[in-house]
Structure formats: C-alpha cells, structure tokens
Design a protein around this ligand. Structure first.
Ligand SMILES: [Zn+2]
Length: 840
C-alpha cells in the first residue's frame, strides 16, 4: 500500500457522523481551541431521555473547557412532546427535535446519539417505559453506543427513582447503569462484536444531581465542579454558550437567558470509585496511553507555542508533519479521531474552503444531478488538489492551488434508480408501538442519515495527501434570508398524496364525498397511462387517465368519490391510494407521499410516508353552523370542524367585540392559546359577556408550567390548571354527570366513544373541585388511588356555557377517532340556543 492510498483509506472512521450545515472556516482563536483539544485523549457520555433533558452548560464545559470528546445520548427523539412552533406531532416532532439537538450540539461542541426508543408520551413509571420500549432492545442500543463511543466517564441526568419526574427519565438512568456494566461484559450482546466494537469498561458512572422543578437533589458533600468559567478564546462564558445551545429547543419553548459567573454542578456516584479532583480522576487522558505516540504531546505544544493569531497558516507545515506522524501510528479509535480533528484544523489554518453544492433540492432516482465543486486556498500555502470526486464520479485533477484563486469544477452525476431514497433511517421499517426497527446495526445510535452524496477532496501539502469529505448541499439564495444550505434529498420521480386526512360520511344518509389524489413529478414524466387505484371498506376502485403527462416540478390533482355504501357497516377504515404508470421507467414503484418540514433554525426535513385517509362512517349529529376559532400553538382541530360541516372563522384580537362574537354558535380556543397570546388577558370581559348572553366558549388545554404559566383568567368561575394528566389512552372512563348536555346532545355519548383513542386521554386538567365548576368525567392511570376529575369541566354562566377540557381532542380528531368527533360536536353545540333539536 502506498503512503497516499493509506491516507485515503484512513478517512473511513468508525462512528463518523456528519450533519449538513453552512460551511464555515474556524477563526484563529477557534483553531487554537482545536489545537488545545488535540492534546486531550479522554471522553464523557451524558445520558438522559429526551431532547432538552441535557445539561448544556455541563456539555459546553466538558467539550470546550476540559476539551473532552463529549457525547449526549438521548434515549428518545422526543416524538411524544408538545410542539410550540407548529402542528407536527409524533415522528414528525421527533424529526424536528433531532435537528434541534444537532443545532444545539453545533454550539456546545458535543456529539449526539439516540437509541431506537420511541417517545410514546408521558410515562409515570420506569417499568411502563421499559415494557413499552422493550428493555432488552434499548439496553442493547445503549451498550452499542458505549462500546462505539468508549466514554471514560458516563453521567446521567436523572436518578433511578421517582425524583426523576417521568418514567422515561428514571428508565434512562437504569439503562445507563446497566449498560455501564454490560458494555464491559463479553457475554452481553456478543453479536455486536462482529461490527467492529469491543467490550468497553468506563471508569465510573455518576448522577449529575440538580436543583430544579422544586426538587433539590444536590448537597455540598457531593463531588462538585465549577462550570461557570469564561473562555477568552471565544469571548464567552460557558453559561452564555449553554444558553445559545439550549435556546435551539424552539419547539419546546426553551429559550433561556445567558448567565455569567461561577456555577457549580454536583455529582453523586453510581458505580465505579468517586472522583476527588476531576471527573476523569484515574483516567489517563493524554497521548501517553496510546501506542507509538511518543513525542506527539511535545509537537502539539510546539504548535501551540508557535501559533500566530495574525497568520495561522504559518502553523500549517508543523500541523501537516504532525498529521503524518499520527497517520503512521497503529490504527486505533483515538488515532482516527485525532486525524479527523487535525485535518479540519489544517483546513481552517490554511484558509482552505471546499464546497460541493447543487442548485437542485432533490436528486431524483434515474435522473441526473449537477454538482458544482469549489476549492480555494485563501492563505497562499503550498497546496495541490490531487483529486476531487463526488461518489462514483471520479476525476483526477492534480492542480496547484494558487493563492486566493477559485478553482471551480462542474460534474453531472447520474443518480441510479437503485439509489436509496433519503428516508430517515429509523423510519425505513415499520415501527413497533414503543420503538423503531433498524436492522442495520451500524446505523443504530446515529442522529441522522449520512449525506446522500459526498465530495472527496484530496489536497497535498508538504508532500502529504490529506483527504477531506464534504457533503453535497443544496445551495440557494433567499432574498430576505441570504445564502442557504440544505441537505440534498434523494427522491422517487413521483410522489402521491391524498387529502383531506379524515372524511366523515354520515352513516345512514347515503352520503358521497370526494377526496383529492395528487401526483407530483420530480422528474418529467412523458405521455403515459396513469391508473389511479384506491381501496377502502369493501371496495377497490380505479380509473385511468389516458393522457397523463407531467413536467418536472408540477402536480396534477384528481377528485375521486367515496361512499358510505361501500363501508359495509364499518365505522372506520383507512383509504389507501396508488398511481401506476404504463411508462416502464416509472411503473415499478409504489409511490409514497413526501412530507416537507421547514423551519429557519434547522435544516429542511423531508421524509416519505404512505398517505391515506381515515374514512369515518358514523352517526354524527351537529347543531349550529358557525364556529369562531382562536388559534393556539398549532393544531388540526379546525380542519376536523370543517369536515363536520361547520364554517370555521379564525378570530384575532380585533374580532373581540361582543357584536362579532355573538355571530358564532361556539367560540373555541386552540391548544395553549392563553399561553401564547398575551392579548387574551385583556379579552376576559368580552368573552364572559359572550357567554353570559348565551354563547358557548370551549377552551382546549393550556399549560401550567415554567414555559408559560397561564396568567389570564379563563372561565367565569375561577379554577386552576393543574399538571395532572392521564396518559393511558385506554383508561376506563367514569361518567360523573350522566344527565349533562355535553354527554347527551346532540349525540348520546357512551363507552364506545372512548375506544380507539391515541397516545393519551388528556393533559393539564382543571383542578377540581372548584366553586360552580362541574366535573363531567373521572379517569386515572394504573397505580393511581383515585380518579382524576378535571379532564372536562363545565360551568353555566348567565344564559351561556363555558367548557375547559384537557382531553386530547387535538390528537384524536386528526387521528380519525369516531367517538372524539361525536363528543366534540356536543361541546360546540350550544344547548341554550337549541330550537327543535337542531340549530338555531
Ligand atoms: Zn425529559
């Protein structure tokens, strides 16, 4: 093997993660911080349950002050949390929170890992969490990540008991402790060894005690460290870096202020001996521990001492020599990691800029992708570009990189039909209730997919070829936001969507409704027959478009009928549709829908899913016509109301006048409306007047938490919002007020209406009893001594009615739960204006 090919081969690192982001060069002081970090050969893994559980100040301290390789293992992707920035829930929220964690890690310098566990929502016990996740499966993932990451010290955020506050939290601590032992035991999960990992014995595992949420688990006898230091190289206190990092959790509303000054973190020992001075006491975190590393420490010191902030490129020569020395060491975990760190420092010190970009957001199977490659040597160091290639499109260039001259290379690469679409790897296989399925062991732990295409640059400096890898990014310029970089997603030539999400067919009335089937072309589809097929109930329907043709980037929509007569008495079924093309290039795939999630603080997210429609063939009575909806944090309740036949008008601050409100049969507030709209505070009087004069005000849940406690008065009789919830979506329901209209008119609500609910019964219940407030239902989770009664409270006021409900209608209605439609129809049907049993 020649020296050159040896170096090229060395770029394949175990557990190398990369994430798409705007390319940037480190400035002089960041380069210095990186050189200092080269000296440190130690690592720490922090373990908790959710995105946002992690202690970003401690992570920043470990990564940037102590300069350890630092990782955060979040057992879940936070799929079951709330979403303060949009209406995404479940796996979509998990995708957003995955990217928020990666954005946070780019700031605090740690790396990110996940297990296959699905965040199924709030859990009250470790046992429930473990049982739903599948303990052995998730434990094997934690062991795998420990064996791959090889942390010297493991830190948990939570204790194993109920001071953790959430079953996922306590379970994460149990998993970390058991994995600490199992990772070092060759008899545990031995099937992992064939994928390149070895047993790993971390030195110790500690619990990072805390003082928040009313619980103080710290004390002065515990091991403590000051993590409030100032980093002059960055001009920031760790508390400032931590705040920037934490404020990336925008979907959770976790923007926090910066802090400066001394601040202690406390640790209680779990296993392994307790440290005295440093977290890594007893761990050799220098190069001495590595074979063949004699002299490396000294060379790094020399680079530090000779470093010029005015001209960092003067350090390129000694850095390249160091690279050569490390590269000739035996291939080990640390050798590979430090080579990667050093290559990136050489790149920045040399003012090198390498970019591979395309103007196409999608790489389409069977189509081509034009890639622009740019490299520039802005410092004028001696450097040659020996090779640049994009995946299989090889090209040898061997050109001198002249000072500050752009070298542009354009490549058009063919995207084979066999190129795998860019589906997030954990969504590729059908998931279990509590976990994702990932058969490829090597993907487990990774935060996201590797980039679809990479550009390889081999640059020779001082006779040493160094290989750099850059993801091919979609580059575009927004007139307002400026230059943007996003991942390139590999897609099928066609996607197929259906809408709406739910169709209500009124049983017994022979109703027929239409749905929309839309095909979108990502490559031009030539003239072809397109056969539209859809199945639901007891029928399979099809029709053929004999003149189908679609240009790249365009969509075509068909309107197709569904009828209750094909439901054969079924209350609910899922309609699935497909499009088949006679053109042989496009006839192979069962095309899926392509979801798009776009937020400014994270890269664009795309994923494929089988679109479908919940067809509900139910008896549903409604009263009234017009609903005023005050949007909250984002929910799909208004779409459901429209499907029920209501006219929905969105109301804002300017609509808060009695004469306006009186037009509506009900006024409904979206989830957390009082948390996010300050102006609702001032509208109490007018809303109460609306109720008093015969109106019907329905308030969906608002949170009572540090994120946004409800300051406003909500109902005519004062009541508090608790943090009580019932997470078991199948929990038994006790009817407390059988004769109340909400259970009787216009639909008679019975136990069947509480079947088939998803994720949870409800959250943030009202505190009851409260004067003048009637609790309608009782329910509880397993292990609770008595029913909670605040899920739905009703009070009469003047001629009207006020309702507060923590029941999770915002989940049940989009999920097509029949009983939720019938029940919600009752909440918005105002019995005070009942005329002859129907609308006024
Ligand atoms: Zn959590």
């Amino acid at each position: 093997m020649s020296l050159r090919s040896l170096f090229i081969a060395a770029i394949v690192f175990l557990f190398q993660f990369s994430s798409a982001q705007t390319p940037r060069t480190l400035n002089s002081s960041e380069i210095m911080l990186g050189i200092q970090k080269l000296q440190v050969v130690g690592s720490v893994l922090y373990v908790a349950a959710h995105p946002d559980d992690e202690n970003t100040r401690l992570l920043a301290y470990l990564s940037k002050e102590k300069k350890y390789r630092t990782g955060y293992l979040s057992i879940t992707r936070g799929d079951g949390g709330q979403n303060l920035i949009g209406d995404e829930q479940g796996i979509e929220l998990g995708l957003i929170r995955t990217q928020e964690l990666l954005a946070a890690r780019r700031l605090d310098g740690a790396e990110q890992f996940f297990t296959r566990a699905y965040d199924f929502g709030y859990s009250k016990s470790t046992e429930e969490a473990m049982q739903i996740w599948g303990k052995e499966k998730i434990l094997s993932d934690v062991v795998w990540i420990i064996r791959s990451f090889r942390p010297d010290v493991i830190i948990t955020r939570f204790p194993e008991d109920n001071r953790a506050g959430h079953g996922h939290h306590s379970a994460s601590a149990v998993l970390a402790r058991e994995a600490f032992l199992a990772a070092a035991d060759p008899t545990r999960y031995p099937e992992q060894f064939k994928y390149g990992v070895q047993v790993w014995q971390a030195k110790r595992i500690m619990w990072n005690t805390f003082n928040f949420g009313g619980a103080n688990t710290t004390n002065e006898n515990q091991f403590k460290i000051d993590v409030g230091g100032y980093l002059p190289l960055l001009g920031k206190s760790l508390g400032e870096i931590a705040a920037e990092s934490r404020s990336q959790h925008k979907s959770q509303g976790f923007g926090v202020p910066s802090s400066r000054g001394a601040s202690n973190e406390y640790f209680a020992p779990v296993l392994g001996d307790a440290p005295v001075k440093e977290l890594l006491d007893g761990v050799n975190s220098s190069w001495d521990k590595l074979e063949g590393a004699a002299g490396i420490t000294k060379k790094i010191d020399e680079i530090i001492n000779g470093f010029s902030y005015i001209n960092p490129s003067a350090s390129v020569v000694p850095m390249v020599r160091l690279y050569q020395d490390i590269a000739t060491m035996k291939e080990t975990y640390w050798r590979n990691l430090k080579l990667k760190e050093l290559a990136s420092l050489i790149e920045s010190a040399g003012g090198l800029y390498m970019e591979a970009s395309t103007l196409q957001p999608y790489a389409v199977q069977g189509d081509s992708l034009k890639v622009a490659i740019q490299i520039i040597n802005r410092s004028g160091i001696h450097a040659r570009l020996i090779q640049s290639r994009v995946d299989y499109a090889d090209s040898l260039v061997d050109r001198e990189l002249k000072a500050n001259q752009n070298l542009n290379i354009s490549r058009t690469i063919f995207v084979p039909e066999s190129k795998i679409v860019s589906q997030p790897y954990w969504l590729n296989e059908e998931m279990q209730r509590g976990s994702f399925e990932v058969s490829d062991q090597k993907l487990i732990g990774m935060p996201e997919n590797k980039p679809a295409f990479n550009a390889i640059f081999v640059v020779e400096m001082e006779g040493v070829p160094i290989t750099f890898q850059k993801p091919v990014l979609y580059k575009h310029t927004d007139p307002v936001k400026g230059e943007l970089f996003n991942p390139v997603y590999v897609v099928t030539p066609v996607s197929v969507n259906t809408s709406p999400a739910v169709i209500l067919l009124n049983k017994g009335k022979g109703a027929t409704k239409n749905f929309q089937l839309t095909t979108t072309a990502y490559a031009t589809i030539p003239r072809s027959d397109a056969r539209l097929v859809y199945r639901y109930g007891k029928t399979s329907e099809s029709s053929t478009d004999t003149s189908f043709r679609l240009n790249k980037g365009l969509s075509k929509t068909y309107s197709l009928p569904v009828s209750g007569k094909y439901m054969n008495g079924m209350e609910k079924d899922r309609l699935l549709a497909s499009v088949e093309y006679t053109n042989e290039k496009f006839n192979q795939a069962n095309y899926l829908a392509l979801a798009q999630i776009n937020y400014d603080h994270i890269p664009a997210i795309r994923y494929f899913y089988p679109d479908g429609i919940s067809i509900l063939n139910i008896q549903l009575q409604t009263a009234g016509k017009k609903i005023g909806y005050i949007k909250g944090a984002g929910d799909k309740v208004p779409e459901a109301l429209e499907e029920m036949g209501y006219q929905v008008i969105y109301l804002g601050e300017n609509d808060m006048q009695l004469s306006t409100l009186k037009q509506y049969d009900a006024v409904v507030t979206g989830i957390r409306a009082y948390n996010i709209h300050e102006w609702l505070n001032a509208q109490y009087e007018v809303l109460m007047s609306y109720v008093a004069e015969g109106g019907n005000l329905v308030v969906q849940y608002n949170t009572n938490s540090f994120i946004g406690p409800v300051k406003a008065r909500i109902g005519p009789q004062p009541f508090n919002i608790s943090r009580n919830r019932v997470t078991d979506e199948n929990s038994a329901i006790q009817i407390l007020e059988p004769s109340d209209p909400v259970l009787n008119w216009p639909n008679k609500i019975g136990s069947a209406d509480f079947e088939g609910w998803v994720q949870e019964r409800g959250i943030y219940f009202a505190e009851v009893p409260a004067q003048g407030v009637k609790a309608i239902l009782g329910m509880r989770d397993a292990g609770e001594a008595e029913d909670q009664q605040g899920s739905l409270v009703v009070s009469q006021y003047g001629k009207g009615r006020f309702i507060y409900t923590g029941l999770a209608f915002f989940r049940q209605l989009p999920a097509g739960v029949p009983g939720a439609y019938r029940f919600f129809a009752n909440l918005i049907s105002n019995p005070n204006v009942k005329v002859n049993g129907s609308a006024k």
